[in-house]
Design a protein around this ligand. Structure first.
Ligand code: ZN
Length: 145
């Protein structure tokens, strides 16, 4: 039997880890910095990390594109965080588009907030507008295979 691996970018040191699929349920730690790879909490991406996280992660990765002036974005932030804590095997990340304009540019974000789901470097779905926690969870679960 061949073992399946998933690539996962460490949210702490940005090292790309190769994790056996069976270990994803097992709170894997980073091979470089020994910190947890799956944090059940959204991490902030910047211009340097956004493309790496999106392109290298094989696991489902949800990116919330938001801005500090966007009231619905601010209101959704705790909902997004709560959804992340309920789905520890999904990577949740945020990009502050007014701080890192370059980071958001390739993803053609037309309204805020927009959540974009990526897997293996490809966009698989997007959702514009603020959602409550339970609807974020349902949307993400509908994308899990
Ligand atoms: Zn690390």
């Amino acid at each position: 039997m061949t073992e399946q691996y998933s690539h996962l970018v460490c949210p702490h040191c940005q090292a790309t880890n190769r994790v056996p699929a069976a270990k994803l349920n097992d709170a894997p730690n980073c091979g470089k910095c020994s910190q947890p790879l799956l944090t059940a909490s959204p991490h902030e991406l910047n211009s340097q990390t956004v493309s790496k996280v999106i392109q290298k992660n094989d696991v489902l990765t949800i990116v919330d594109f938001w801005a500090s002036w966007c009231q619905p974005c601010i209101m959704m932030a705790p909902q997004f965080k709560a959804a992340a804590s309920q789905l520890p095997q999904v990577v949740f990340a945020k990009v502050q588009t007014d701080k890192y304009e370059q980071a958001a540019a390739p993803y053609n974000i037309r309204s805020l907030p927009t959540m974009v789901a990526f897997r293996g470097g490809k966009e698989i779905a997007r959702q514009s507008g603020a959602l409550p926690n339970q609807q974020i969870v349902q949307w993400v679960q509908s994308l899990q295979t």
